[in-house]
Design a protein around this ligand. Structure first.
Ligand SMILES: O=C(O)[C@@H](O)[C@@H](O)[C@H](O)C(=O)CO
Length: 474
């Protein structure tokens, strides 16, 4: 690009545009693109004699020195066109042994998440949201990806990244994520399992043959060999076959659309700990049905409460993670996925070790809590108001989130010190799950405040994810 960033910034300023300097990318055909802001609006800048976007608005083109610069809004349609030319803006399948998911419920913090993630040897999964998060935030799979891609574009990040359609429970959700171009599909079996098991006599010949094939097979775990028991395999087959049929159908939908994606099965939010037999049955049954797992999120032992550290015996968790790793290695080579990774500092290093560094970890609420922290520091009155709203809507917020938080544990008023307030277990948990009601009731105020304190917000998000990544990888 012949135009210096300083000259470009100066030229844009005359039109009320703020250049995001690190975003400038030169294109093979000699043009260049960049991200800019006009007030709080996101803009794509294009330097070149013609614009690649349909119906460019001539009022939004300008000469800066001898260069023609076009300004376009950051919309889904424009992003789709842009990602054809800049593949770095498209989510892709994971290409590393270790991967880390960083959900961003506000859609404002991806650049800060990248600043943390790019310092560590992990594949970043940036657009990660579940349908329950979408319903609560009024977003959809497109808008989540659009926000995350903005963070990639604005930060100048050139590495690959993934997009996780998390906790999918029906075909409609799957199709919406597929249409948007997600690269990772997490099939949550919870709803399907709640319909109950199938009697042994009603199982398919395939399910029975998988049981026969796996019975008495030995799995070599670090704590010693473990033989898969036929009775537990039979129970797993009865319980999981109906739910796995839905996964098979989902994988077919993706295949029919020519989508080559990473596939995860999650049973982490079920009641019972996942047995090695259940894990082996899930993996092998899916293989026989032509579905290759990328990852499995088992229900591990111990308590995984939102917003607080792991509660349980770390040694038991370590043993279970090592055993599941051995099952995964023996039957397919997929990785283990750890959900609710937010604040689970006690087990993150153990998880890395037990999995031999081949894993996926998901976080989401922890990034939102950092936004709450910034609000608390900047405008204590708004923080107090948010707390009152969250308390009043506890029952609504806890719907769909298995959480032990009781209303009696919540103090009537918060201490003046925001750090002390957010160190309180009950208060943290309340804020963690209350994002939906808070964004509904006070979303514009929260967003405006975070925009006005963007540097503090980004630092808070980056430092917090770095703490997680340090614990996990060092
Ligand atoms: O809140 C959600 O629905 C999701 O963010 C989580 O359940 C997600 O799968 C996760 O584990 C993030 O820590």
């Amino acid at each position: 690009m012949m135009l210096s960033p300083e000259a470009l910034a100066e030229g844009l300023r005359l039109y009320g545009l703020h250049l995001i300097v690190g975003s400038i990318r030169e294109l093979p055909d000699g043009g260049a693109i960049f991200a800019a802001r006009q007030g709080s609006e996101r803009r794509i800048g294009w330097i070149g004699e013609t614009s690649p976007f349909p119906a460019p608005d001539p009022r939004m083109s300008m000469r800066v020195q001898e260069h023609l610069v076009w300004i376009h809004p950051w919309t889904w349609a424009h992003y789709r066109i842009l990602r054809e030319r800049l593949p770095a803006l498209s989510p892709t399948r994971c290409d590393r042994p270790a991967s880390f998911g960083a959900g961003d419920r506000l859609g404002m913090a991806t650049a800060a998440q990248i600043a943390a993630l790019e310092r560590y040897p992990v594949f970043p999964v940036l657009a990660q949201q579940s349908p329950r998060e979408l319903a609560r935030t009024g977003r959809d799979f497109r808008s989540v990806l659009l926000d995350a891609a903005w963070g990639v574009f604005a930060s100048g990040f050139a590495g690959p990244f993934g997009a996780d359609a998390d906790h999918l429970q029906d075909d409609e959700q799957l199709r919406a994520a597929a249409e948007a171009g997600y690269s990772l599909y997490t099939f949550d079996l919870r709803r399907a399992l709640a319909r109950g098991p199938r009697p042994w006599e009603a199982l398919s010949p395939l399910a029975r043959s998988v049981v026969a094939e796996l019975a008495d097979r030995r799995v070599e775990a670090p704590q010693g060999p473990r033989t898969l028991e036929e009775s537990a395999l039979r129970a797993a087959a009865c319980r999981y076959e109906p739910a796995l049929e839905e996964v098979v159908r989902g994988a077919e939908i993706l295949r029919d659309q020519g989508i080559d994606a990473d596939l995860e099965v999650s049973v982490d939010e079920t009641e019972e700990e996942t047995t090695p037999e259940a894990h082996a049955f899930i993996a092998v049954y899916l293989q026989r049905r032509g579905v290759a797992l990328w990852s499995l999120a088992p229900r591990f032992p111990g308590v995984f409460e939102k917003a607080v550290d792991y509660e349980g015996e770390v040694e038991r968790f370590a043993q279970a993670a090592a055993l599941h790793t051995a099952v995964a290695r023996t039957f397919g080579g997929h990785r283990l996925s750890l959900h609710s990774g937010s604040e689970k500092f006690r087990i993150l290093p153990v998880f890395r070790e037990a999995t031999g560094g081949r894993f996926h970890v998901k976080t989401s609420g922890t990034t939102w809590l950092q936004a709450v922290r910034v609000v608390a520091r900047a405008v204590p009155a708004l923080f107090a108001e948010l707390y009152a709203i969250a308390r009043a809507h506890l029952e609504e917020s806890r719907r769909d989130y298995p959480i032990a938080l009781q209303p009696e544990a919540l103090p009537p008023a918060l201490p003046d010190d925001p750090e002390a307030a957010l160190a309180d277990r009950a208060v943290r948990q309340l804020f963690h799950i209350s994002y939906g009601v808070l964004l509904r009731e006070r979303g514009p105020a929260i967003r405006a405040l975070l925009e006005a304190h963007e540097a503090e917000h980004f630092t808070a998000v980056r430092e917090n994810l770095e703490r997680h990544l340090e614990a996990l990888l060092k």
